[in-house]
Design a protein around this ligand. Structure first.
Ligand SMILES: [Zn+2]
Ligand SMILES: [Zn+2]
Length: 122
């Protein structure tokens, strides 16, 4: 059986809407949402997992609900996997022109330096 982490990655690397939908639905099938409103941190917001649910169930439900909301609101093209060598982190592209390729500034500058060195060598 696929784990929550595998499914999140599969959603991020999917390259068609049909694929995204399939994988998102597989992830959602693992979730057991029991939404409720709370203001435990002073701000009214929703929690998706029942407070009495186990840690893994809470995580799966929160990730599945959160990820599907992001995909529905911002578009599945906004999810990507870091292009830096040996990284593979999943990111959400919030840039205005959807130009993001790396998970972090660290990966971005690491790759710029590596590309520069590779150019210099050849
Ligand atoms: Zn909260
Ligand atoms: Zn990265």
């Amino acid at each position: 059986m696929a784990t929550t982490g595998d499914l999140v990655r599969e959603v991020a690397v999917a390259d068609s809407q049909a694929q995204v939908m399939d994988r998102l639905n597989a992830l959602l099938a693992l979730a057991s949402p029991k939404p409720y409103a709370t203001d435990h941190d002073g701000e009214l917001h929703l929690h998706y997992a029942a407070p009495e649910a186990g840690a893994l169930e809470q995580l799966t439900t929160t990730v599945a609900m959160g990820l599907s909301q992001v995909v529905v609101q911002h578009g599945w093209q906004r999810l990507g996997v870091c292009a830096a060598e040996g990284c593979g982190n999943v990111y959400l592209d919030t840039s205005r022109n959807a130009s993001r390729r790396y998970c972090s500034n660290t990966c971005s500058s690491r790759s710029t330096v590596a590309a520069y060195r590779a150019r210099k060598k050849s």
